[in-house]
Design a protein around this ligand. Structure first.
Ligand code: P1T
Length: 428
């Protein structure tokens, strides 16, 4: 088997001579595909574990000092050094922190990537990816994206000379047609937010490789439990850990996972240089969420299928969108690239804005709130809430109309959830 050389990813951006020497010393030989422990830089035998086990154990060995079974919240900003440059692998908590490192390692293992990076929010992770680009570079993105992603592209990075073009990526040929010599990055969500279109990641990865671009996939909706973009050919996986990974609506966070060392080094450098890092308590909360991700996703999805069944053919529902339904135009593709269809569904009410507001106001268990992926069910109005940053003309073109409702199905008792929806429909 061919071997590759891996360096310690404990990078401070290469500014410290002590670090460079240490880096050379720590060089080790690792077979391809074998993960490396970010703590000890040794081949990680635990990489053979299955998903549910990794979620509970990777990066989370008992504390070597006390035996604590849970990774402590290292609420510290800095670390005392024995002599200048002589330290235990930590210098300053923006650069690295043990609780964050545990989360990063676990996140990487769940996405089957080599390196994870945690951020203060999904948007912080997205902003950090864009630091890979230079003025004049172009990004080809899916036309249906979280409103905040569109906003940062158009209203922050366009002013720095980046160009963004949007295509309906549910047909991969539209991606190929949009790529130019200036295209450096392809940005995909699948399923998309909130129209739940599916992108054929293998086909888009082929296009990306052919044109030597970087393929970024926002995997927030699917989670690594249902979809692993790196295995399908993506270069960088993005997460809003605020959603399913945290899972309890009590933390805002983001994450990136990569396998390519060059991308990792650049992103790790930016993570430290830009500094949009999460605090240790937030890392602890996401890490705790990850432990139950598998079991939660199973239940989220089970409930969503039941709700889809309830909504399909409902006299007050004009159109129902859920990749798990055979009526979804890309149901087959979803089935082939995802292990499950997720727990977000969207529908159009047979009504207008006033009717949509009456429906949403009447719900009691479904919280009327932005976000998704928590154990609590949420309902929202994308045109007014999560996607209000999209110009009205684009929303209209995409079909995010005033009667468009998005549900994030939680893990409450399904009968209770259906009763809640029935009350909502009675008010339309
Ligand atoms: O909110 P934050 O953690 O910064 O994550 C941003 C983000 C990134 N990617 C996707 C696919 C997202 O859905 C989000 C955030 N989305 C919502 C808040 C929402 O209600 O859709």
């Amino acid at each position: 088997m061919a071997e590759i050389t891996v360096f310690s990813p404990v990078a401070d951006g290469g500014t410290s001579p002590a670090f460079s020497q240490e880096k050379k010393k720590e060089e080790i030989r690792v077979p391809p595909g074998q993960r490396v422990c970010q703590l000890c830089n040794q081949p990680n035998e635990k990489s053979k574990m299955k998903f549910e086990t990794k979620a509970i154990h990777i990066g989370q060995d008992p504390d070597p000092v006390t035996g604590a079974i849970i990774v402590p919240i290292y609420q510290t900003s800095t670390y005392v050094q024995k002599s200048p440059g002589e330290h235990k692998g930590y210098e300053y908590s923006r650069t690295d922190n043990p609780t964050r490192r545990a989360l990063q390692e676990c996140l990487a293992s769940l996405e089957e990537g080599r390196f994870g990076l945690a951020f203060a929010s999904g948007m912080a992770a997205i902003a950090t990816v864009l630091t890979l680009l230079k003025s004049g570079d172009q990004v080809v993105a899916s036309d249906d994206l979280y409103g905040g992603s569109y906003r940062i592209f158009e209203r922050v990075y366009r002013d720095y000379g980046l160009d963004f073009v949007y295509v309906d990526a549910s047909d991969h040929r539209n991606v190929e047609r949009a790529v130019t010599k200036r295209t450096k990055l392809i940005w995909m969500e699948t399923p998309t937010n909130p129209l739940l279109k599916i992108v054929d990641l293998k086909k888009v990865a082929r296009i990306s490789r052919k044109h030597k671009t970087i393929l970024v996939v926002d995997n927030t909706f699917s989670t690594p439990y249902f979809q692993k973009p790196l295995q399908l050919g993506a270069d960088i996986v993005v997460h809003s850990t605020t959603k399913y990974l945290g899972g309890h609506s009590d933390v805002v966070g983001g994450g990136l996972v990569v396998s390519n060392k060059t991308y990792y080094d650049r992103l790790k450098f930016s993570q430290n240089a830009v500094g949009a890092v999460p605090g240790p308590l937030d890392c602890f909360l996401v890490l705790r969420g990850l432990k139950t991700l598998a079991i939660r996703m199973e239940q989220h999805e089970k409930n969503t299928h039941r709700i889809a069944k309830f909504l399909s053919g409902h006299p007050k529902v004009k159109k129902l969108i859920y990749p798990g339904l055979s009526s979804h135009p890309q149901h087959k593709l979803a089935k082939s690239q995802m292990g499950g269809f997720g727990a977000v569904l969207s529908f159009l009410l047979k009504s207008d804005l006033a009717g949509a507001k009456r429906f949403l106001r009447k719900l009691k268990l479904f919280g009327l709130a932005e976000s998704l992926g928590g154990v609590e069910s949420l309902a929202e109005h994308p045109a007014i809430m999560t996607h209000s940053s999209l110009p009205e003309s684009i929303r209209r073109e995409l079909g995010i109309t005033d009667n468009f409702i998005r549900l994030s199905v939680g893990i409450e008792n399904i009968e209770d959830l259906i009763e809640d929806l029935k009350a909502g429909f009675a008010a339309v």
